[in-house]
Design a binder for this molecule. Sequence first.
Ligand SMILES: *[C@@H]1O[C@H](CO)[C@@H](O)[C@H](O)[C@H]1NC(C)=O
Ligand SMILES: *[C@@H]1O[C@H](CO)[C@@H](O)[C@H](O)[C@H]1NC(C)=O
Ligand SMILES: *[C@@H]1O[C@H](CO)[C@@H](O)[C@H](O)[C@H]1NC(C)=O
Ligand SMILES: [Zn+2]
Length: 357
Amino acid sequence: MALNATMRAAALVGAYNVSIIDLPIPLIQDTTDAIVHVTASAICGSDLHYYHQGLGTPEQPIPIGHEAMGYIESIGNAVQNVHVGDYVVIPDNVDDGHFNFGPELPISYGPQLGGCQAEYVRVPFADDSLIPVPVNASTDPSTLMDYLFVSDIFATGWTVLDFAGFQPGDTVAVFGAGPVGLLAAYSAMLRGASKVYSVDHVQARLGLAESIGAIPINFNQSDPVEQILAHEPGGVTRSVDCVGYEAVNAQGQIELGVVLRNMMDVTSDYGGIGVVGVYLGDEQTSMSMTQFWRKALTMGSGIVLPLQHATELVNLIANGRASPSFIVSSTIGIEDVPEYYRRFDQHLETKVVIQFD
Ligand SMILES: *[C@@H]1O[C@H](CO)[C@@H](O)[C@H](O)[C@H]1NC(C)=O
Ligand SMILES: *[C@@H]1O[C@H](CO)[C@@H](O)[C@H](O)[C@H]1NC(C)=O
Ligand SMILES: *[C@@H]1O[C@H](CO)[C@@H](O)[C@H](O)[C@H]1NC(C)=O
Ligand SMILES: [Zn+2]
């Protein structure tokens, strides 16, 4: 690779404003680094949080994106487990040997480490922070996209069920039928749920949920809790929040905590609640502790580390048992990314994948 070579990359230059810019192709900085030549990347709901916040300026663009896969272009001298040419998924956070929870979240791509919506990505701690996948240049594009989602949303949809204490046979209410919610519903079906309810207000998303066997619940029509309780008089045994702090009510207004309150109402005694929707706002969220205690509920939440379930999810895809790419609504080139942020933000897209030559 020529010195001073540049690549095309997506970057935030202000609120609701993504720009495609030239950036230097990243180089090995530490002996434990790898440089990945990206073949596919994706736009995620968490990118939209930054998009809304208005990070970056035209003078100081902030590279974005944290879901990608590709093949290894080069490695540092200390890298042993992966080799130049290997196909790998880049999980959205890095294993630096001590994953953190709490105030210090794990190191992740995007504003912190450089964006993955770019032709090349530098991966620190490459031996532990990459997920090898059994593909090559002749693998069909839909299988490649299946693996791409192990980087974040498939792992997140899978893990939120663990947070809720999921067991086969459970009934599950999934709040949010965006990409993560759809893959949580899909994971619940794969893992033997007896019934899955998918709650949203965007018709296209509810249609996809129905296509994988979930029961669509449109909260615009009436109270989602009442709709689910009409099917499950005692409540569902698990409910999961795949929405987070930007949740809206039936009037389309942001109503902080609405999903948490719905989950408390719709979950049966001794049931479990899982939360992977992001809560980054400073607002306090109210829910009834008395209800929580009287129902003897349990609750799990947090950031998901895709590396924890990587082998399991890669094997499911390799064996043809899972194909999470059913959520993809558009496959685009890097220059189209600004327009597709707009479309994704307006719920005109379910999931957008960026393909590179
Ligand atoms: C995005 O920022 C660029 C650079 O400042 C500006 O030219 C463009 O009009 C902005 N676009 C939107 C949609 O705000
Ligand atoms: C790609 O992988 C498939 C399946 O593992 C294998 O059959 C095929 O020979 C490989 N092709 C190349 C070009 O390596
Ligand atoms: C539900 O209401 C919101 C806000 O009023 C609207 O944007 C959305 O299109 C509606 N969805 C359905 C499925 O009616
Ligand atoms: Zn993501």
